[in-house]
Design a protein. Sequence first.
Length: 307
Amino acid sequence: MTPLLVEAREHLSTSEAAEVDRLLGGIDTLAARGTIGEGKRGSLDADAVEGSTVLLARDGQGHLVGFATLQRHPASFGVEIVDSGTDPGEPVTRALLRRAGQEVERRGGGALFYWVHEAGDAEPAVATAEGFTLDRELFEMRTPLPLQSDMVDAARPIVTRPFVPGVDEEAWLEVNNRAFAGHPEQSGWDMADLRAREAEPWFDPHGLLLLELEGRLAGSCWTKVHEEVDPHEGEIFVIAVDPDFEHQGLGRALTVAGYAYLAGLGLTEGILYVDAANTAAVSLYRSLGLEVVRVDRAYVRTMPNQP
């Protein structure tokens, strides 16, 4: 087996970023599976990914044969891998998974989620061999925009306002953390987590719609425009409803409001991601015309704290 060297980088050099670009450029012809999410493909530049560590795997001749992004979330870690598939037995993926686990141990341990996009037949065996078990399936759902008028008319009428940076952070964090208590990526956000998203080039406070009822924040719909694809696509990034306001039709109303906002920007394709196990949300989105177009899988392993 070809010896592999895996290096960790907090920032990529210009030459390393160019190597990654070349590997990603051939992604459609790679024999391997397990590519990174669409939303991250355009963001691996010389500054790497905000809050991420990039792992670079090289063969014995020093050629880049795979890489991974290791992302730290408030309550967990996530790793996504690109493997060139040049050797049988998935040695590149396995080497990157092992190094990702070592990085998590070095940072105090915790749950490490290995995300596989458009998973094939090989990933379960590779994940199991490295001590991971299947934890979640994530649906990518899509719909043409604007939504059909009868679907819009059936939603509860609401009035939203844009998020105001420097004013609304604390209220948004409180509702988000109440709505997503226990969620591996979305729970436990703090001000630093939110400020980091506000600093992203795609962040637009006008696209973060706030719904206030009874004198306080009841829910929000955070939208995101994907300018890295042509034509541009509009995503509902996060919908949060305070548990005190559940079962009042606000999830449907906020979804409709979010897609109406995105359609108003001229976008004709709407997307979102939802846990397959969240059957109520999946049913809601189907009723609005969204269809599942892709299934991603998350495998998990709990890494110990490195002494």
